[in-house]
Design a protein around this ligand. Structure first.
Ligand code: CA
Length: 513
């Protein structure tokens, strides 16, 4: 594809020229594959002790793995708004999952569309307003369903029969094959619902890991000693807060069904959504295991261990489908001869607790939910098999995509283009700390907090209780020794408080910490 842009530039006013790519070669296609709640600890190339992900690993092997990639606000909708806008939650206005996204503010898809990209978004959206900046979109309502999901498009709602991760990929490939105009570069955002709760495996993976005992995290039975009140008061423990039927897929008896409370009641609708054939396959897999569970009569730590095994296996089965479907997209690019001119990014909105501290879910600034997997392939530009230690965030993606397309980013964006890092350059003055903020109250009872993380230290502050937590990630990677009250670390605490103040001023955070 040769460029007609030099001609175009002659007739555009100077202010508009800056919005148009200014690179010599054709800008690349951009494929962002984005998942929901995928912990880096469940990715093979990040050293997973519990699963393998050959296709995500392939992106890393043929490209670059970011080893210190983090989210800004560890819940679903806020992360998505940060990716789109390139500004922190307190500026884009989407602070928690209850907020509605203002799609009139600048986003990178709008800017790429304006610069000649053909743009599409398929899968989870979760921002309540219709997507803006896309030539085509088909999104799941809310969190979406694993089986036979509805999709909302500009023309209304339709229901696709099948498994959501396969269907999101089907729709992505169909858009590329039938709607994409090859005279334009594409931006395709393939956004999976998986592996978000309620962790329903697809038909291809119902029996995966059936006879395997998964490794337990070292902190499965954490007692939260030294941690602040929020860690003690949270409601996200595998032991006490997981639902036996909704989360853990124990089919209730008719008698039990009549008595169910809370989300456990939803298991009826979950089962009714499946086709008879899907339900037969589901029951063939789960009924013998469920019968064994009931017969065992587990209690205490044995019961927690069983819940962990049931949870983690279903979570990883969902990821197995994600990985298979990433392979389908990579194979499609290969078959079409498009791999060389397509930048492929795989990342997740935030991480997840896979039993660390005894928890599931996310929200806290602790490493398992703060850290995200992020791998990037761009043949000819990114050295295969490379890794990067710099501290990067989802905040950087918008400017990265604009930069690779040669489009100028708006001044309001607060991240940094990752392009120099992708190309193996020393990025002068790269950040040496990241800012984190969490606002949601109520769900899972995690208190709002903010914090700063460097390559070694992490400081968290909970305004509601006035509590501080300080961790030395080098000597305490599991974050079980809060040093905020340790007088020998008073100097470090002060330095981190100053850094937090500096970052809050830098990012324009209202109020005082
Ligand atoms: Ca999420």
């Amino acid at each position: 594809m040769r460029r007609v842009l030099p001609l175009l530039l002659l007739i555009l006013p100077a202010t508009v020229q800056g919005m148009v790519w200014a690179v010599e070669e054709a800008p690349p296609n951009i494929l962002l594959i984005y998942t929901d709640d995928h912990s880096a600890a469940a990715v093979g190339c990040y050293g997973s002790r519990i699963n393998s992900t050959p296709n995500i690993d392939r992106i890393a092997r043929e490209g670059l793995r970011f080893d210190n990639a983090f989210c800004t606000n560890a819940i679903c909708a806020p992360c998505r708004a940060v990716v789109l806008t390139g500004v922190h939650s307190h500026l884009n206005g989407l602070m928690d999952n209850g907020d509605v996204f203002d799609g009139s503010q600048p986003t990178f898809p709008q800017l790429l569309q304006g610069a000649g990209y053909q743009t599409a978004l398929i899968g989870k959206w979760h921002l309540k307003t219709d997507p803006t900046g896309f030539d085509h979109w088909a999104v799941l309502p809310g969190q979406g369903d694993y089986y036979n999901p509805d999709f909302i498009t500009s023309e209304g709602k339709t229901r696709d029969e099948g498994y959501v991760t396969d269907l999101v990929t089907d729709r992505s490939i169909t858009w590329l094959e039938e709607d994409w105009d090859r005279d334009q570069p594409f931006l395709l955002m393939t956004q999976h619902k998986a592996p978000h709760r309620s962790w329903m495996p697809g038909p291809d993976h119902l029996d995966l890991y059936a006879d395997v005992e998964m490794n337990e995290p070292e902190t499965l039975f954490d007692d939260y000693a030294t941690r602040g009140s929020s860690a003690h008061e949270q409601e996200m423990e595998i032991d006490r807060h997981m639902y036996l039927h909704y989360d853990l897929k124990i089919e209730p008896t008719d008698e039990e069904l009549a008595e169910l409370q809370g989300p456990d009641r939803w298991i009826k609708g979950m089962r009714e959504r499946l086709t008879p054939a899907q339900l037969a396959a589901w029951d063939a897999a789960f009924r013998p295991r469920n019968a064994a569970f009931r017969a065992a009569g587990l209690e205490g730590r044995d019961l927690v261990r069983w819940k962990y095994q049931r949870y983690i296996k279903n979570y990883l089965r969902c990821i197995a489908s994600v990985d298979d479907n990433i392979g389908r997209l990579l194979d499609w690019l290969d078959a079409q001869g498009l791999a060389d001119n397509t930048i492929v990014i795989y990342t997740s909105d935030q991480g997840f607790f896979l039993g660390e501290h005894g928890w599931y879910d996310k929200r806290f600034m602790y490493e398992p939910s703060l850290k995200v997997p992020m791998v990037v392939r761009w043949p000819g530009r990114v050295e295969p098999g490379s890794t990067e230690e710099a501290l990067v965030q989802n905040l950087d993606l918008a400017q990265t995509f604009l930069d690779v397309a040669g489009v100028q980013a708006p001044d309001r964006m607060q991240g940094r283009s990752l392009l120099p890092l992708l190309e193996g350059q020393e990025a002068a003055g790269w950040r040496d700390s990241i800012y984190y903020e969490y606002f949601e109250e109520g769900i899972h009872n995690v208190q709002p907090h903010q914090g700063v993380r460097t390559d070694r230290w992490k400081l968290m502050y909970f305004p509601g209780s006035g509590e501080w937590e300080l961790y030395d990630l080098k000597t305490d990677p599991n974050e079980v020794r809060n040093l905020a009250s340790d007088s020998t670390h008073a100097g470090q605490l002060d330095r981190m408080k100053s850094e937090l103040d500096r970052l809050r001023a830098f990012y324009g955070v209202p109020g005082e910490s």
